[in-house]
Design a protein around this ligand. Structure first.
Ligand SMILES: *[C@@H]1O[C@H](CO)[C@@H](O)[C@H](O)[C@H]1NC(C)=O
Ligand SMILES: *[C@@H]1O[C@H](CO)[C@@H](O)[C@H](O)[C@H]1NC(C)=O
Ligand SMILES: *[C@@H]1O[C@H](CO)[C@@H](O)[C@H](O)[C@H]1NC(C)=O
Ligand SMILES: *[C@@H]1O[C@H](CO)[C@@H](O)[C@H](O)[C@H]1NC(C)=O
Ligand SMILES: *[C@@H]1O[C@H](CO)[C@@H](O)[C@H](O)[C@H]1NC(C)=O
Ligand SMILES: *[C@@H]1O[C@H](CO)[C@@H](O)[C@H](O)[C@H]1NC(C)=O
Ligand SMILES: *[C@@H]1O[C@H](CO)[C@@H](O)[C@H](O)[C@H]1NC(C)=O
Ligand SMILES: *[C@@H]1O[C@H](CO)[C@@H](O)[C@H](O)[C@H]1NC(C)=O
Ligand SMILES: *[C@@H]1O[C@H](CO)[C@@H](O)[C@H](O)[C@H]1NC(C)=O
Ligand SMILES: *[C@@H]1O[C@H](CO)[C@@H](O)[C@H](O)[C@H]1NC(C)=O
Length: 454
């Protein structure tokens, strides 16, 4: 009897937290529950409140707060869990800077073009989702999310630099950040390309179309994007951009992929469709590291050799974000992206099974590891690891919505319609809904209980 009471308590506790390892990729309620666990794990690193803009502990840089708030905006939008909305709004508004363009004097040592770009991505997401600007934070005269994004865009494009290489944006903005004043990197150029493309889609203003085209053409001409659509880390003014740094990180592909897909939608021009498809093809580099890890995402440049920095440990999440966002604006990409992301999300779920070590106050047994291809928790914990899993998991809702819109369910009268290819692919992975799971557990417990009483 005592044995059974203890068992009952343990089983019910486990059923209350949906473990990421139990992710069911085509069950919305299950995805929402897992995402909720992961969002809580990610936000445990951030001490902001509705009245106080949070700061991430060192050595997380300023850009990653912006990236976290952007991830949380999508989390709120796709799960309808508005728990964090005020914290998110406060965090963004407290970082727009005196000119409402994410140029923040206090962050000068931490702010390059790509850092600013990550905050602008967040403002754009807020604009795209019509995210509420709380009245308390928007006294008269405070610009909208869209205006903030446009201000930032104007600030950024003024730095187009033709001193060398016939153009391009340098990595850094300020002369005292001398390490990156000559380097022209894919994150800065791709970041402003993506911002231009999303502004084009939001406003229809041709100026943004023209800039997106100009930045793509330059990036392509200097070889940061090669003829196979591989995206490399950057190139240097010191060589007049004749030599390319061949490192390649997942989010760099994603930035250009999402931008090209947005341009395909905005312009209807087949060249952008070809580019988006080419970039998705080149993204294969970031999947399937081992024979037994087909379609599982990895950070190709650093995970295998164990050299990922804290920054790099967040990158996979952005590839996920930019992939599902690309599928939203270009639904023909959705089946291939879904195949990648469902497998990766399941692997990420299995990696999020660690104890709450290193001060990470996530629910015990749900702390995320770094490498998804090892089949479980690898002991490497941090904010980036939580964000990568979160963005990959809530992205499944975005993708399932895109697929459902492309393949509407048969009308109620049609009971014999064959499932569409994508629907049948998904049904192969169907599992128990959380409610079913609770019933199953309860019936097992009840059976044991009755057995114990006998
Ligand atoms: C936060 O601000 C709101 C609105 O200004 C106020 O109602 C609330 O009491 C504040 N909360 C804290 C903890 O200061
Ligand atoms: C928030 O965290 C940062 C970084 O750890 C720290 O400097 C700051 O004092 C904290 N603020 C509050 C209000 O806890
Ligand atoms: C969120 O709410 C919207 C609007 O009510 C609804 O269409 C959508 O299905 C909800 N999403 C989830 C994941 O429950
Ligand atoms: C946001 O509002 C605009 C204008 O009212 C509308 O066209 C758009 O569909 C809305 N977007 C979302 C995600 O609700
Ligand atoms: C640098 O490269 C550009 C092409 O990108 C070329 O037009 C220019 O002449 C080169 N400048 C120097 C100094 O080599
Ligand atoms: C333009 O790039 C050159 C290096 O090619 C750099 O020295 C200069 O500081 C840059 N100018 C601006 C305004 O960023
Ligand atoms: C288009 O965008 C540019 C750059 O922000 C701006 O200068 C211009 O006024 C806009 N045009 C219209 C018609 O809104
Ligand atoms: C999807 O992947 C298949 C197989 O790799 C490829 O043939 C096809 O072109 C891809 N479709 C898109 C839209 O990228
Ligand atoms: C977390 O779970 C592990 C075993 O999975 C256990 O050893 C540890 O004591 C638990 N920690 C807490 C704080 O509950
Ligand atoms: C793949 O195989 C390796 C070596 O046997 C193993 O350590 C790893 O857990 C496997 N990965 C997955 C995702 O099962």
């Amino acid at each position: 009897m005592l044995f059974n009471v203890a068992l009952l308590a343990a089983v019910v506790a486990a059923a209350d937290t949906i473990m990421p390892a139990d992710l069911v990729v085509d069950d919305t309620a299950n995805i929402v529950a897992v995402a909720k666990t992961l969002a809580s794990g990610a936000m445990s690193y951030y001490n902001g409140t509705a009245n106080y803009s949070g700061t991430l502990p060192a050595p997380y840089y300023w850009w990653e707060s912006g990236a976290l708030l952007g991830a949380m905006l999508d989390y709120s939008y796709y799960t309808n869990d508005t728990t964090y909305d005020e914290i998110i709004a406060t965090g963004i508004m407290d970082n727009v800077g005196p000119d409402n363009d994410f140029i923040v004097p206090a962050q000068e040592l931490d702010e390059g073009n790509d850092d600013q770009a990550f905050w602008v991505f967040t403002a754009l997401t807020a604009a795209e989702h019509n995210f509420t600007q709380p009245a308390a934070l928007t006294p008269a005269g405070v610009p909208t999310w869209l205006d903030i994004s446009i201000n930032a865009w104007n600030n950024m494009v003024a730095r187009w630099n033709t001193t060398m290489c016939s153009g391009g944006f340098t990595w850094q903005i300020y002369a005292n950040n001398f390490n990156g004043l000559d380097y022209k990197n894919s994150a800065s150029n791709g970041g402003i390309f993506l911002i231009s493309a999303r502004l084009a889609l939001l406003t229809g203003n041709k100026t943004y179309v023209d800039w997106a085209t100009k930045i793509w053409d330059w990036t392509d001409a200097v070889g940061i994007i090669d003829s196979h659509y591989n995206v490399f880390d950057g190139t240097d003014s010191a060589t007049n951009c004749t030599q390319i740094n061949p490192l390649s990180f997942s989010y760099q592909n994603g930035i250009f992929l999402y931008g090209a897909a947005a341009m395909a939608k905005q312009t209807g021009d087949a060249v952008w469709k070809t580019r988006a498809e080419g970039l998705l093809g080149a993204a294969a580099l970031f999947f399937s590291p081992e024979k037994n890890a087909t379609n599982i995402m990895w950070e190709h440049a650093c995970e295998g050799v164990g050299t990922c920095t804290k920054d790099m440990k967040a990158f996979k999440g952005f590839l996920s974000r930019f992939m599902y966002s690309a599928a939203k604006v270009m639904p023909s990409l959705a089946p291939n992206i879904t195949a990648y992301m469902q497998t990766s999300a399941k692997a990420a779920g299995k990696a999020c099974s660690g104890p709450n070590i290193d001060g990470a106050p996530s629910a015990n047994g749900t702390t995320c590891g770094q490498k998804w291809y090892v089949g479980g928790f690898d002991g490497s914990v941090g904010l980036g690891q939580e964000m990568c899993a979160l963005e990959t998991v809530h992205g499944l809702i975005a993708l399932n919505d895109v697929l459902a819109a492309a393949n509407p369910p048969p009308a109620a009268t049609t009971t014999t319609a064959a499932p569409s290819p994508s629907a049948s692919k998904k049904s192969g992975a169907a599992g128990l809904a959380p409610l079913d799971l609770r019933w199953t557990i309860l019936s097992i417990v009840c059976a044991l209980f009755v057995w114990g009483m006998a």
